[in-house]
Design a protein around this ligand. Structure first.
Ligand code: ATP
Ligand code: MG
Length: 417
């Protein structure tokens, strides 16, 4: 029997990996420039961390989690997102005792039991960035600025920043009631999931992709009109700071976040090049998460970027694969010994050098060098070696020259770097 990968779980192959590495390196560079440090957290946690942190009535907890009982009878879950784990680590290691403000980022796989389709997988990767310990709206704008700067730096275009405010514990309950009453009268239009959400989490109905549910919410009351004075003041400041940073945004009063812990600022960056699965990244402020999981009252704000969706948007003309600098073509046993020693030295010097292990003809070695898109080929012919010389061929210009074998390493490095 041929064993295949599980549906919704992808291999990321060598011909794609250049894009992944480029995106990750750019994230590290941009985020560290903004004063963020990387944190690595486990991919498995106690189920309660997510069920309490993310909220019992969210799609993720209700139906998307990979939860299992381990051999000791503990209920464990493959992480569906990183924020709750990062918050747990901040509390568990008392990171706040050094400085209450922590700026952290994390890159890695997440797991959700969703129906696999284009842009939606069961194992997918996220880049997460979070600031813990700051309520100041300046940080909301700064985090958004960092996100946009990153997305532009990787080469994304046609981006639109959408923002909203979701209110807080003081003002959202009144809005929730109002929304529920409005949707009750339209409940016949709602899908089965949304019928249920009407009672557990009516804000989520805005997010439903079913057309009749979208229609039902068309003239629904908007959370933005129910904000208390503090939330309104906070949101006004966020907008002011965004404008100061020169960022354009669109107010999207229908935007909600899938997780219960979000309060106040919510934002999304959408790309019109993506189609229906158009959310590349979403984020927002969550001032209740910490109380849910650890009792301390710590505000937080952050975002998660979906790597697969981001990668599908990278500019098509950009080259991400690292081709060899040099292919060493050897002919005959003595020549191979020479090639072997040379190539080992080149690798130590950071030259990407390749050779053919199968002792093929010169013609087929040249074909291989061509296929690998090597910039130069060094031909170690037995005749030339006897004279203490080798041939260096530039694959782009097709010109070749004989160079002395003495100081070969130095001459090659001069050509390449
Ligand atoms: P969606 O509405 O598309 O289900 P979400 O609200 O569940 O997204 P978040 O929890 O905010 O998504 O996660 C942040 C980002 O992670 C999304 O914007 C998306 O790019 C990515 N993402 C979420 N779920 C998946 C998935 N199953 N496969 C691939 N990427 C995903
Ligand atoms: Mg989802």
């Amino acid at each position: 029997m041929e064993i295949k990968a599980i549906r919704g779980f992808n291999d990321i192959l060598p011909d794609e990996i250049g894009k992944w590495q480029f995106v990750e390196e750019t994230a590290r560079e941009v985020f560290e420039g903004f004063g963020f440090s990387e944190i690595r957290i486990p991919i498995i946690e106690r189920t309660e961390l997510f069920s309490r942190g993310i909220g019992e009535a969210t799609d993720i907890v209700e139906k998307e989690m990979y939860t299992f009982i381990d051999r000791s009878g503990n209920s464990l879950t493959l992480r569906p997102e990183a924020t709750a784990s990062m918050a747990r680590a901040y509390l568990e290691h008392q990171i706040y005792s050094f400085d209450p403000v922590a700026k952290l980022y994390c890159i890695g796989p997440m797991f959700r039991y969703e129906r696999p389709q284009k842009g939606r997988y069961r194992q997918f990767y996220q880049i997460d960035a979070e600031v813990f310990g700051v309520e100041n709206p300046m940080v909301d704008a700064e985090v958004i600025l960092m996100l946009i700067q990153f997305l532009k730096k990787v080469g994304l275009e046609n981006l639109e920043l959408q923002i909203n405010s979701l209110g807080c514990r003081a003002c959202r309950p009144r809005y929730r009631e109002e929304l529920k009453n409005f949707l009750m009268s339209k409940s016949f239009q709602l899908c089965e999931d949304c019928q249920r959400r009407l009672h557990t989490n009516p804000l989520r109905i805005f997010d439903c992709k079913v057309e009749t549910c979208q229609e039902a919410t068309a003239n629904a009351p908007q959370v933005i009109n129910f904000l208390c004075a503090e939330c309104q003041g906070h949101f006004d400041k966020v907008k002011e700071y965004l404008e100061m940073a020169g960022l354009e945004y669109i107010l999207n009063p229908r935007m909600v976040r899938g997780l219960d812990y979000y309060t106040r600022t919510a934002f999304e960056v959408v790309s019109y090049s993506l189609g229906s699965q158009n959310a590349v990244t979403g984020g927002g402020r969550y001032d209740n998460l910490f109380q849910e999981i650890g009792g301390l009252d710590v505000p937080g704000i952050g975002f998660a970027i979906g790597m697969e969706r981001l990668i599908s948007l990278l500019p098509k003309d950009k080259e991400f694969i690292q081709h060899p600098h040099l292919f060493v073509a050897a002919l005959g046993e003595e020549s191979y010994k020479e090639a072997y020693q040379l190539i080992n030295q080149l690798h130590l010097e950071g030259v990407r050098a390749e050779l053919d292990y199968e002792g093929k003809s010169l013609k087929s070695q040249m074909r291989k060098a061509d296929k690998l898109k090597a910039r130069f080929v060094l031909i170690l012919g037995e005749e030339e070696l006897k004279r203490g010389r080798v041939v260096l061929r530039n694959m782009e210009t097709k010109s070749q020259e004989e160079i002395p074998i003495d100081n070969l390493l130095k001459s090659i490095k001069e050509k390449i770097f």
